[in-house]
Every structure is written in C-alpha cells, then in structure tokens.
Design a protein around this ligand. Structure first.
Ligand code: UD2
Length: 307
C-alpha cells in the first residue's frame, strides 16, 4: 500500500512508519518538524519525507495524491500550548484534519485513521471510560480532537469513507521526547532514573493513568485501517488498567533495583484525577488487545535508552 503518515517524524508517527516499512509498504511522511525529528526516521528507499504543515490545504492535496492509507498523527500535542494559542490549535488540530478529509474525498478517498485522545472525556466521573460515555473537552486541544472525530464520522456517513478515530490514553515508549515539562510523565521519569536526578511528583501521586505501550498503539492503527467494520467508529486505545503515579515510579525504579525518592510539587492546574479506558469495543470490532504489560514496556524503554 501507499501510506501517508502526518506527524510521521514524531513519537507515535515514527513508530507507525517503522512498522509500515517493515511490512513492505511505501510511506510518505508529512511533518513540519516543529517537534518531530529527522533522526526518528530511517533512511529507506520506500520512505519519502515532505516538510510542511497539515494546516496548508495545497500541501495536503499534493501529499494525498495516490495514497491508499492515511494515518493522521500531526498535531500540537501539548495541551498547555493550545490553551495559549487556541487559534493555532484550531488551524492545525482541527483544520488539519478537515484538510485531510476534504483532500481525501477529492483524491480517491484513501482510508483514514485519526489520533484522537482520551482528553475527550475530560474530568467527568465514572470509570472506566467507554466510547459511549459523555465527552467533556476542557481545553482547545480536547475541543479540536473531539471536533475532528465528529468530522471523520460525518465524512463516513456523507461520503462512505473509511474513517476511524482512535482515542489514545497515555502512550509511552522509545522516542517520546522528555524535554518539556508537559512531555509524557514516563519519558520524564525515565530521564531522571537514568541521569540519577530527582523526579518530581506533581500532587500526591495518587492520580491514576492508563499507560499503553506505543507498539500496541501501532497495532491498533493497522487494525483500524484494515478492518471494514471499524469504518465511522471511535475506539479507546488504552489497556483497561490504571496505575497511580506512585506505583508507576516504584515499578520503574525497581527495574534498576532502586527506590524512588521523588520530590513533590503542587498538582498541575486542571490535572485529571483518574483515567482508565474500557477497551471492549476495540477488542470486539478490531480484535485488538494490548500485548505489552506496563513493566515490560518500561523495561523495553529503559533498554532502548541505554543503547
Ligand atoms: C495526557 C496527554 C495529553 C492529553 C491528556 C488528556 C500525554 C503526554 N499527554 O495528559 O495530551 O491527551 O492526557 O487527559 O500523554 N506528572 C508528574 N511529574 C512530572 C510530569 C507529570 O507528576 O514531571 C503528572 C501529571 O501532573 C499528571 C500525570 O503525571 O498527573 C500524567 O501527566 P502527563 O503529562 O504524562 O499526561 P496527562 O495525563 O496529563
């Protein structure tokens, strides 16, 4: 197949690219390199890299040409950045999705899988979250992810396109960049573990998250694009198990036979207290289940960083 991966030089996108190349597909990456990195991608004869933004329709139109599958991972991924710059979020996080849908409609209607987010659920009570749960987007990021999901579903209903939204929970794994305070917490904690510096737990550490390993997220993407019955749907991509941050830190440090001695900082404003996915729908329709236990994923991540 010919695949387009937007945000393909980023954390999750680059893992999708790697898998597609390994399976013999031809891949075009579209990335503006605002956070993505060329070194996240291999040099490969079946890989073409285009520098550009999803907010530019002409760029998207050129990229969608003769493509069979689109994996749409490009976004401003930082929630706080979208709070500072909601108009940019609308242009990129929502407008980018609409550009892809519209260009796809006019150029052979390739299948499209979208990186949606558990941010859709906001902080409403009731766990685990199923896809029929109410949504409560609390940031421009979440608003634009939810709006994008609706646009995908509408294009399915209006034009019969194969569109699927995957609501990622807390994804972790190699190539997640730890450099910002809003980077994924596992990437930050692993950085401290390896550097011998002190991690900071924001709040009491009893907040919970459902951490899913990036290779499992890639598998969910492949199933979503190839499963006819998934068209028009949205699916949680988590593990169905949540851990507290304190448990996470303990498990991580235990890999090196150490005890974490974190410092504590104030809880992040707007932090969600508990998050956990119900993944019954993905199991049923996609035949997908996460294959990587948290500790195994942590081990793989630490090993990859130790080279
Ligand atoms: C995740 C997504 C975000 C959005 C949101 C929706 C990531 C990286 N972010 O945010 O894009 O979809 O879910 O709910 O997946 N923490 C610490 N110490 C640190 C850093 C973080 O204690 O040094 C805490 C933080 O306050 C939070 C937890 O760790 O309670 C997870 O933080 P995160 O930024 O990894 O992810 P989250 O769930 O806030």
């Amino acid at each position: 197949m010919n695949a387009l991966v937007t945000g393909g030089a980023g954390f999750i996108g680059s893992h999708i690219v790697e898998r597609l190349l390994a399976e013999g597909h031809r891949v075009r990456v579209l990335d503006d390199f605002s956070t993505g990195k060329r070194e996240n991608l291999p040099d490969h004869p079946n890989l073409e890299v285009v520098r550009g933004g999803v907010e530019d329709y002409a760029t998207i139109e050129a990229c969608v040409e003769s493509i069979d599958w689109i994996f749409h991972e490009a976004a401003i991924a930082s929630v706080p950045k979208t709070i500072e710059a909601p108009l940019a979020s609308q242009r990129i996080n929502y407008g980018g999705t609409l550009n892809l849908l519209e260009a796809a409609r006019h150029h052979g209607a390739p299948r499209l899988v979208f990186a949606a987010s558990a941010a859709a659920y906001g902080d409403l009570p009731g766990l685990p979250k199923g896809e029929a749960s109410a949504v409560c987007p609390l940031s421009p990021y979440a608003v634009d992810k939810v709006a994008s999901e609706h646009a995908l579903a509408a294009y399915h209903h209006l034009h019969g396109m194969h569109t699927v939204s995957l609501r990622y929970f807390n994804v972790f794994g190699p190539r997640q960049d730890p450099s910002s305070p809003y980077s994924g917490v596992i990437s930050i904690f692993v950085d401290h573990l390896l550097a011998g510096t002190t991690p900071t737990v924001l709040g009491d550490g009893e907040q919970t998250r459902d951490f899913v390993y990036v290779a499992d997220v890639v598998e969910a993407n492949l199933r979503a694009i190839t499963t006819d019955a998934a068209a028009g749907g949205r699916f949680n991509v988590g593990t169905g198990h949540a851990v507290t941050l304190n448990e996470l830190l303990t498990a991580l440090y235990r890999l090196r036979g150490r005890e974490p001695h974190p410092q504590h900082g104030p809880a992040r404003a707007g932090d969600i207290r508990h998050s956990c996915a119900n993944i019954a729908r993905a199991r049923e329709v996609l035949g997908w289940r996460p294959a990587t236990a948290l500790v195994e994923g942590l081990q793989r991540l630490v090993s990859s960083l130790e080279g």
